[in-house]
Design a binder for this molecule. Structure first.
Ligand code: APR
Length: 183
């Protein structure tokens, strides 16, 4: 594990399955329909149980889904967390469709929503770097920049623990190598 501290917030890189993480908020890499899927979305719904999908369906009824870059929040079901935040990353189309801005917005939207529910700890999966095909190296820099800038600049931030939970070795290596550049 590697960590940096910015103000009162400790930012860490962990290896493992985010469904085994314990804390306030787990951030899911969802799709705009909030329909569930494979990857981390599938893992979270499998481990969390039907309550999460029921609340996703309610949100879909109310607002039709979740546009890329935005985030919604549900219960965490059987997961050892208080909430799951579902954010929708950009599908990689070569980099010319504002993918970086949308990906950064995923992290900012999730952090804002976490602070709205007075969370103190949050775990991010590596949004868009699986099925959505975002190259892991640039995605790592977008994520680290967006999160550290938010922590430095947002007066409302009360998060004390922000974890990047890396499931695959490529992401783990990238985050472990680059985290300290953002201290
Ligand atoms: N814990 C943590 N991270 C995980 C886990 C897990 N259990 N399973 C997969 N991951 C990681 C992958 O290694 C990848 O780095 O999550 C990251 C994001 O990959 P995806 O889950 O494929 O998400 P994404 O690329 O954002 O694509 C989203 O995939 O599952 C569907 O419904 C989802 O349509 C949406 C799309």
């Amino acid at each position: 594990m590697k960590t940096i501290t910015i103000g009162n917030t400790v930012i860490s890189v962990l290896s493992g399955d985010i469904t085994a993480w314990t804390g306030d908020i787990i951030v899911n890499a969802a799709n705009s329909g909030l329909l569930g899927g494979g990857g981390v979305d599938g893992a979270i719904h499998r481990a969390g149980g039907p309550e999460i999908m029921e609340q996703c369906k309610e949100i879909r009824k109310l607002q039709g889904g979740c546009p890329p870059g935005h985030a919604v929040i549900t219960a965490a079901g059987n997961l050892d967390a208080k909430h799951v935040i579902h954010t929708v990353g950009p599908i990689w189309e070569g980099g010319g469709r504002r993918e970086a801005q949308t990906l950064a917005e995923c992290y900012r939207s999730s952090l804002k929503l976490a602070n709205e529910v007075s969370a103190r700890s949050i775990a991010f999966s590596n949004i868009s770097t699986g099925i959505y095909g975002y190259p892991k190296s640039p995605a790592c820099d977008v994520a680290l920049k967006a999160v550290t800038e938010y922590v430095r600049e947002d007066q409302d931030n009360r998060l004390e623990q922000i974890d990047f939970v890396c499931f695959d070795s490529d992401n783990l290596e990238l985050y472990m190598k680059r985290l300290e550049q953002y201290a």
